[in-house]
Design a protein around this ligand. Structure first.
Ligand code: ADP
Ligand code: MG
Ligand code: MG
Length: 900
């Protein structure tokens, strides 16, 4: 029989850490912590398989199946805690928590203090001798359960939460400012007002039966797997919908029992920089999410951290020590235990941990541990440090690098000179490093209003996820280093300044005020997420420095990869950047842009509009020296490595003059009338240029173009050779569908090369290959390989032609397709392994069946996307090629692919 429920508690557990697929990350680690002697309140985990069952078979069938196991597990918790569910004297209170395989912070909602009702609150008042605490727990329960299970949400984005509104009203009536100032009677009043509000809004009575509460909460967790923000997070993080979430039910411990209680979150190392410094935040007399909710100012755990924090906030040491003491000062014994525990957990998991703890009347409890989210910089530093500390080996260290996250390290920082004149408006907390500049928006769903926006909020919530993703940076007025905004931004690698207390925001008027200065929606500001500074206006940025630890990680990549990584570069400048990032060659050098530049476009237009071969050759002769210079430059920049140069590809009509003035200029140049030019332009019009007169179709209609380009390339290589420079040209014929198309072009290239060699009295090595981008070429790759020295899969066009999606128009329907689950990803970004992948692997196999040593690579966008790179490795490609800034990412992905 399948087991659906796994218990843990009192140093025992039915699950363990490596069961995260079944128990979710949270459940698996709660079990594991029990096994290694870390104090964890007892509880049980309902498996992710039950969530899948719930989605397939529905609620009643599922609950019927698991009911006996859940009841037995509740009995187990009751026994360990010596309490009873629904009991009038000694009630058992639990939390109901979601927990998927991959951590989805804030994605699904937790209900605390479940089991509370009129009887329980009295019993707990009596038992604890602390009625205020009992009623505070009760009002929190109604608030959370009302929100999560009964869907009491704000009516619109301008409105505040209905429960918060009631709280604010009562505060005003009582003339108080803080939640902690409520008396027991005030809390009772809140409970009453909450209950009537629930009744009024939902039409239902707030449930009093703990079992009804429990099943309601379990259902809510399962339902939340499919809520829009969970769906969005899964899409962003590419987490499959099928995984499902587990539900953790766990005995409550209370951080809100008074001044010897508290709750907090901590990291075993610095999640922003990676430094090996234990750090975190806590609040005395608080529960659950209070620390991250930004309602009160959280205090630092360590004394060192507290002093750093005070300095950043401009708070004097005296005030800090009296008003915001660290845990280390306030509860030294608790601090000692917590510090030992964090070290124990880090030693055990050999990775930086992000943990949640609660102190109940001088006893420490751990409620969660997981591998902490971190910035790209911290990821690199922690992997390198842990390797050097001997905790992990090189392969593990390499696998700890999330290739896509390296991107952050390659992003700009503020320019030093621009910084000198930058005006600091205020300072918040350095929540997630990097530099960002953009126009102010106040609502997450308006982040796309400007190409570069800064999302400014009092605080963020999971609903804001999509907008946070779009914005260049995030600024919040409230919340600490572990606030929602800070944690999510670090996970996204997005610049964030949190808790900038001087920032006043009025959502209604859409105005932000910083020390008297007003900023409206659309005004420019800049953020430094590494220092917490907020600047007025736009501040220029520069690219970061990439040595040190980053260099070490790149060395591991070289050591472990089989494939090499090339770059797509059209200019010596880009080639140089890519080489510095470790590119070994150019996988795609497009020659088009070279024709657009400066005066060349005139010669090019003359060539296209020429009516005779003679006239065409005359124009081509003008282009030859330009092309030769360009090729010399780029071959030299990649000295010693192969440079794949693609012959002219775009449709001819892209080059011809469409504006009257240009047409006139062209007419004068060619000595014909404007009308004639117009007629020629008209003749070149195509209904479907993507499938029109482009690629090798041009070279086959006008062989003299190929001749000129081949001559320019070979002459460039010969010239370089004569200067002692090792140039390795690889000439690539685009868009072939039949071998004959390639054969005719290859013949021209070889004949031209022979001619150049004779003229120059010397030779160079060169290759002639083709791009495989028309499906027919992949299907007949064995024939094509007879003529080709190499294949380069042009997966952009191959995707376009195989799906039949125009890449330039797909923006209209792809988002809908992804939303509806028709496609998992944008196939122009992530290679569709199931479909396009078949053509690619068939192409490789067929090609190598006639030419075993055939060199094969990929040069579409996919060459820099980690999952696609791994696919390329699995089918035996020699290299991938991507844009210069993606080279490090591709190198890591290539190495990781080869480790498996
Ligand atoms: P999330 O995944 O959003 O972090 P959690 O399930 O971890 O949600 O819980 C939210 C908050 O409630 C955390 O601060 C957690 O420590 C706290 N919490 C959860 N269960 C309990 C419990 N049984 N006793 C005390 N606090 C709890
Ligand atoms: Mg440490
Ligand atoms: Mg948590």
């Amino acid at each position: 029989m399948t087991k659906h429920v796994y218990t843990f508690g009192g140093g025992h557990a039915e699950g363990k850490a490596d069961m995260r697929n079944l128990l979710g990350g949270k459940g698996a680690n709660l079990a594991e912590m029990n096994l290694i002697g870390v104090p964890v309140p007892p509880g049980f985990t309902i498996t992710t398989e039950v969530c899948t069952m719930y989605n397939e078979k529905g609620q009643s069938a599922t609950f019927k199946t698991i009911k006996p196991e859940v009841e037995a597990a509740v009995a187990y918790v009751e026994k360990l805690t010596e309490t009873k569910f629904g009991d009038k004297e000694n009630p058992c209170l639990v939390s109901v928590r979601s927990g998927a395989r991959a951590s989805m912070p804030g994605m699904m909602d937790t209900v605390l203090n479940l089991g509370m009702n009129e009887g329980a609150v009295e019993a707990i008042s009596k038992k604890s001798g602390n009625p205020r605490f009992a009623w505070d727990s009760y009002r929190r329960f109604i608030q959370m359960y009302g929100d999560v299970v009964m869907e009491m949400k704000p009516a619109s984005k301008e409105e505040i939460d209905p429960f918060e509104e009631i709280i604010e009203d009562l505060k005003e009536e009582k003339g108080i400012h803080l939640d902690t100032e409520f008396t027991t009677d005030d809390l009772k009043e809140l409970v009453n007002r909450f209950k009537s509000a629930v009744k009024k809004v939902t039409g239902k009575d707030f449930p009093t039966d703990p079992w009804e509460q429990l099943w309601g909460a379990v259902a809510a967790v399962f339902n939340s797997w499919n809520n829009p923000r969970a769906n969005l997070y899964r899409r962003l993080e590419q987490i499959p919908d099928e995984w499902g979430t587990a539900v953790n039910v766990q005995a409550m411990v209370f951080g809100n029992m008074g001044t010897n209680s508290g709750t907090g979150v901590a990291f075993t190392r610095d999640a922003a920089t990676g430094e090996d410094i234990f750090n975190g935040e806590y609040l005395i007399n608080a529960q659950g999410e209070d620390v991250v909710a930004g309602i009160r100012t959280p205090q630092q755990i360590t004394l060192e951290g507290s002093r750093r924090w005070a300095e950043l906030q401009g708070i004097s040491e005296e005030k800090r020590a009296s008003k915001y003491p660290s845990l280390e000062e306030a509860m030294p014994e608790m601090y000692r235990q917590l510090n030992d525990t964090q070290q124990k957990l880090e030693d055990h998991y050999s990775d930086m941990q992000d943990l949640e703890f609660t102190i109940q009347e001088g006893k420490l409890w751990l409620l969660q541990t997981r591998n902490g989210k971190r910035t790209g910089a911290a990821m690199v530093k922690i992997a390198v440090d842990m390797l050097e500390e001997g905790r992990i080996n090189e392969k593990t260290a390499l696998n700890r690098i999330d290739a896509a996250k390296l991107d952050e390290l390659l992003h700009p920082v503020f320019e030093k000179d621009a910084m000198k004149s930058a005006v600091v408006l205020t300072q918040g907390l350095p929540a997630s490093p990097g530099a960002a500049t953009g126009q102010v928006v106040f609502f997450a769903d308006e982040a796309s209003k400007y190409p570069e926006s800064i999302l400014v909020r009092v605080e963020t919530s999971p609903e804001d996820l999509e907008g946070m993703h779009i914005a260049k940076g995030i600024l919040t007025a409230r919340g600490g280093m572990t606030s929602h905004a800070a944690v999510v931004a670090r996970g996204m690698g997005k610049c964030c300044v949190s808790g900038a207390g001087m920032v006043r925001i009025n959502y209604k008027t859409r105005v932000m005020t910083i020390e008297g200065k007003e900023f409206r929606e659309g005004d420019w500001i800049s953020l430094n997420g590494s220092t917490g500074e907020v600047y007025e206006g736009k501040v220029a940025t520069v690219n970061p420095d990439l040595s040190g630890d980053f260099g070490k990680v790149m060395d591991w990549a070289s050591k472990f990869s089989r494939m090499s990584v090339r770059t797509n570069a059209d200019t010596p400048h880009d080639a140089k950047i890519a080489r510095d990032f470790g590119a070994q060659g150019i996988g795609l050098c497009r020659t088009e842009h070279m024709f657009f530049e400066g005066e060349r476009i005139m010669a090019m237009r003359e060539m296209i509009l020429a009516k005779t071969e003679d006239a065409r050759r005359k124009a081509l002769d003008k282009l030859l020296p330009y092309q030769r210079d360009d090729f010399e430059g780029i071959l030299k920049a990649m000295e010693g490595y192969g440079v794949t140069i693609r012959l002219l590809d775009p449709p001819l009509h892209e080059f011809v003059p469409h504006e009257e003035a240009n047409q006139k200029e062209m007419a004068d140049e060619m000595g014909i009338s404007v009308e004639e030019v117009k007629a020629l332009v008209h003749d070149l019009h195509e209904f479907n240029p993507m499938l029109g007169h482009r690629g090798c179709r041009l070279g086959n209609s006008y062989p003299e173009i190929t001749e000129m380009q081949a001559r320019a390339i070979i002459e460039a290589a010969v010239n370089l050779k004569q200067k002692g420079i090792d140039a390795k040209p690889e000439i690539m014929v685009p868009l072939i569908g039949t071998v004959k198309e390639l054969k005719l072009q290859a013949d021209i290239i070889h004949a031209t090369a022979k001619m150049v060699f004779e003229e120059k009295g010397t030779t160079v090595d060169y290759l002639v290959g083709t791009m495989i981008e028309v499906p027919r070429a992949a299907l007949t790759a064995d024939k094509v390989a007879e003529v080709a020295d190499f294949f380069s899969f042009g997966t952009n066009d191959l995707t376009q032609m195989t799906f039949g999606y125009s890449r330039d128009d797909a923006g209209k329907f792809l988002p809908v397709y992804i939303e509806k689950g028709i496609l998992k990803n944008d196939p122009f970004q992530v290679l569709d392994q199931e479909g396009i992948g078949q053509l690619v692997s068939m192409g490789v196999e067929k090609g190598r069946s006639v030419k075993p040593e055939l060199k094969v690579g990929i040069c579409g966008e996919h060459g820099g996307e980690p999952s696609s790179v791994k696919f390329c490795d699995s089918i035996g490609m020699n290299y991938v090629s991507c844009s210069p800034f993606r080279v490090p990412i591709a190198r890591i992905a290539a190495a990781q692919a080869n480790l498996k």
